[in-house]
Ligand binder design. Structure first.
Ligand SMILES: [Zn+2]
Length: 163
């Protein structure tokens, strides 16, 4: 009985992976996403129950190939698809936790003055929104942060409009 937990975990993992996912519009050369069809957490990342508790599946898959994630680093998606687990679509990045943390704190810590002032979104804002969304920040959170309707955020992240 060598590593029975890991074997069954990998079997369970692959049962929930659809390798015929969408091809990323921004970088079609990556090939189709491998979409996690199991459950997802609040941020939209796939998750699976393990002996160590719930784990985010794209990180788990990355560690099977590359080992532990270095401190301060984060496994990120080239394809902007939070549920994708294809290793070729993943890369190690930094600052994700910081940005995510900043967004989360922003919700409870908004300056009272111009927090709800409907200022024009800049191109930088739009890029930031897309980046944060690709890193798992929910659209509802982004809508609050930028005082926009979720529908507007949805159009931005789906590249139908940038303002
Ligand atoms: Zn992908």
């Amino acid at each position: 009985m060598a590593c029975p937990t890991d074997n069954t975990l990998q079997e369970r993992f692959w049962k929930h992976v659809n390798k015929n996912g969408p091809i990323p519009v921004s970088c079609p050369e990556l090939g189709p996403c491998w979409i996690w069809t199991g459950s997802a957490n609040q941020s939209g990342y796939g998750q699976i129950g393990t002996s160590k508790g719930l784990q985010v599946v794209h990180r788990l898959h990355w560690t099977w190939r590359h080992g532990e994630i270095p401190p301060g680093k984060e496994v990120m998606h080239r394809c902007d698809t939070t549920r994708c687990v294809r290793l070729g679509h993943l890369f190690l990045g930094t600052h994700t936790d910081n940005m995510h943390d900043m967004m989360t704190k922003g919700r409870n810590n908004q300056p009272s003055g111009d927090a709800h002032y409907q200022r024009k979104l800049t191109r930088d804002d739009v890029e930031t929104i897309r980046t944060l969304w690709s890193q798992g920040v929910p659209q509802t959170e982004l809508a609050k942060r930028y005082s926009r309707k979720t529908n507007t955020i949805s159009k931005i992240v789906n590249r139908k409009r940038w303002l």
